[in-house]
Design a protein around this ligand. Structure first.
Ligand SMILES: C[S@@+](CC[C@H](N)C(=O)[O-])C[C@H]1O[C@@H](n2cnc3c(N)ncnc32)[C@H](O)[C@@H]1O
Length: 370
């Protein structure tokens, strides 16, 4: 009995609140007058004799709950984005970089536009990644040589490199902190049903992936990304954590030299307009020596460092012995536990060092390691 009174007073209060709050379509709908919620018996009478009143208000009540839930969810995602960008903890995402790339997010697939050098860089970087990965497998399907491999493409942008890797048969997970980039990438891959299945995209940082998974990927790619990250050491540690033992990390980036300042920033951004002004910050460029030292000290054994040269007149890239402008690096996750914090979590007792292989990629004349 007591329970019944409680229940009816609950419904009475709820209906009263709903009556005050929901004014949509009142003209057509049966009105619930104040006497209906005055007493429990009257309320029960109303519910029994006019059940549609209950149905109408129940629907409105659910709708209002749903809207509240959606608004709270939206607020949560804004909060997560805000904390990701502005948190003082070790984030690798720089909010200024996010703004820069947001403004260019719809230009990715214009082959003649500002991302033209990245389109043509595929001529070098796709075979570089493919051939180094194939050294680790005995047999492969000629049409889909990377089939069975899981690749993480960090800072995938609009998917310019993600797609060709997917076409080679790999399952590729592309992540980028700029949601408009991921929208562009999603939209473009949807044109190809095969790629649509092989590639997955997500708006997130590398640290978020590390929180979810470890030792998952055969390869991690960060192509033209490390010069945009806020904390390179943390970024490299995260790359290592998500790699399977003996997995490969591929990086392409810009050296920190006077020449890279003159050509990469003054000429490319301010004179020739090959890339938009403000895309690069010279202070964030990293020399191959510094990068190698960070890689090695974080348990990644450097296999190859090769110079790349862009000809702005032909629009093509070439391998070059000189690394003073652009370069590509390949490192393999070492099985010996290193001294970095996160790596200790990853290792599960393996102590044997893998035999490092020397690059045999035709046309690569970089400094070969080990
Ligand atoms: C020059 S674009 C390269 C895009 C793609 N990797 C390619 O080569 O086509 C740099 C990308 O890195 C992303 N980015 C910037 N900071 C990042 C970070 N801390 N972590 C991951 N990606 C980042 C940008 O949003 C942008 O999409």
């Amino acid at each position: 009995m007591g329970g019944g009174r409680l229940l009816s007073s609950f419904w009475g209060r709820s209906l009263g609140v709903l009556r005050a709050g929901c004014r949509v379509g009142q003209a057509q709908r049966p009105r619930l007058t104040s006497w209906a919620v005055c007493s429990n018996s009257q309320l029960i009478w109303t519910l029994q004799s006019k059940p549609w009143v209950f149905d109408e208000y129940r629907t409105m009540w659910f709708k209002s709950c749903r809207m509240t839930f959606l608004s709270l969810n939206r607020m949560k995602s804004y909060w997560q984005l805000w904390t990701r960008l502005y948190s003082t903890s070790q984030t690798t995402v720089d909010s200024n970089e996010v703004k820069t790339f947001l403004a260019m997010a719809h230009k990715w697939w214009d082959e003649e536009g500002m991302f033209a050098p990245l389109h043509s860089m595929n001529d070098l970087r796709v075979p570089f990644i493919r051939d180094n990965l194939l050294k680790t497998v005995a047999n492969h399907h000629p049409g889909k040589p990377l089939s069975g491999m899981k690749i993480l493409d960090v800072g995938c942008g609009g998917g310019l490199l993600t797609e060709p890797l997917g076409r080679l048969g790999a399952s590729v997970f592309g992540i980028d902190p700029v949601d408009e980039n991921i929208k562009t990438a999603q939209h473009h891959k949807a044109f190809d049903p095969v790629l649509d299945k092989r590639i997955e995209y997500r708006v997130c940082s590398l640290e978020e992936i590390v929180e979810e998974t470890e030792e998952t990927f055969d390869a991690v790619i960060a192509s033209e990304v490390v010069e945009h990250v806020a904390d390179l050491e943390t970024f490299i540690q995260c790359c290592r954590q998500v790699l399977k033992p003996t997995g490969s990390l591929f990086i392409t980036t810009i050296n920190k030299t006077q020449l890279s300042y003159a050509l990469g920033i003054v000429f490319a951004e301010q004179i020739a307009g090959i890339v938009p002004k403000g895309t690069h910050t010279w202070e964030k460029f990293v020399s191959p020596e510094k990068l190698e030292s960070i890689l090695e000290s974080n348990g990644l054994s450097v296999q190859t460092v090769a110079g790349m040269l862009y000809n702005p007149f032909s629009g093509y890239w070439h391998w070059n012995e000189n690394t003073s402008l652009n370069y590509a690096a390949h490192a393999v996750k070492s099985m010996v536990p290193d001294h970095s914090g996160p790596a200790e979590v990853v290792f599960k007792g393996e102590t044997e060092e893998p035999q490092a292989e020397v690059s045999t990629i035709p046309g690569v004349h970089g400094e070969l390691k080990k």
